[in-house]
Design a protein around this ligand. Structure first.
Ligand code: AP5
Ligand code: MG
Length: 205
């Protein structure tokens, strides 16, 4: 099974992707997590991407496509994969057509006030990638034991720009995938398990 999770920053793509990838034994491919790993490792790609990410801008399409092409060759993708945060532009979606077929595009819809509340309270695990919210998890460490951190691009000004960039560059993918008959919209403004069940209902229909 090959899936795309589409949605604005804070919609819950990462939160839901971890659950679905685990349940269906498919690879979770988050281009944002991959870029953050490059930054942590201090690679050339990571250093070039950092300035753009910290301003809430997109990383160039060719960089992302190179990363994704390599990633899906890996053994853990044999059973399928779930793209979280990719594609993010029409150009990326068009290029993906020559790389792999897709079974479902899940569009996670959440009102903007909720997005801002979620992002401002988000804490991430640098080790396993799990995401938490301070209102429901007050610990300093992840359930896996590693320390939690706040993402550099989660400060208010950057978040505002990420939302603008989403409207301009990524939202047009809703029409793009509707036209291809692949889009399924799920209400993301509900409890995490309710959203998970709605996504499962789409992909097991
Ligand atoms: P990326 O890491 O993909 O960030 P994003 O798309 O902005 O999305 P987020 O990760 O912020 O949100 P999410 O939807 O995963 O929400 P989450 O589950 O964490 O990209 C970062 C940057 O990298 C981009 O700005 C760009 O620069 C670059 N980049 C990445 N991919 C790229 C690409 N393809 N092309 C070009 N550039 C690229 O949830 C958020 C919070 O809400 C958490 O605290 C969570 O616990 C909580 N929460 C989640 N669901 C619920 C719920 N149902 N109820 C209550 N709380 C919830
Ligand atoms: Mg995410």
């Amino acid at each position: 099974m090959k899936l795309i999770f589409l949605g604005p920053p804070g919609a819950g793509k990462g939160t839901q992707a971890i659950k679905i990838a685990q349940r269906f034994q498919i690879a979770h491919i988050s281009t944002g997590d991959m870029l953050r790993a490059e930054i942590r490792e201090g690679t050339k790609l990571g250093m070039e991407a950092k300035g753009l990410i910290d301003r809430g801008e997109l990383v160039p399409d060719d960089v992302i496509l190179g990363m994704v092409k390599n990633r899906i060759q890996k053994e853990d993708c044999k059973n399928g994969f779930l793209f979280d945060g990719f594609p993010r532009t029409i150009a990326q979606a068009e290029a993906l057509e020559n790389i792999s077929a897709i079974d479902y595009v899940i569009n996670i819809e959440v009102p903007v006030e909720t997005l801002i509340r979620r992002i401002s309270g988000r804490r991430m695990c640098a080790d396993c990638g799990a995401g938490y919210h301070v209102s429901t998890y007050a610990e300093e460490n992840c359930k896996c034991g590693a320390a939690l951190y706040q993402r550099d691009d989660d400060k208010e000004e950057t978040v505002r720009n990420r939302l603008v960039v989403y409207e301009r560059s990524t939202k047009p993918l809703i029409d793009y995938y509707t036209g291809k008959g692949l889009l399924h919209t799920v209400n993301g403004n509900a409890d995490i398990d309710v959203v998970d069940a709605a996504i499962r209902a789409v992909i097991t229909q």
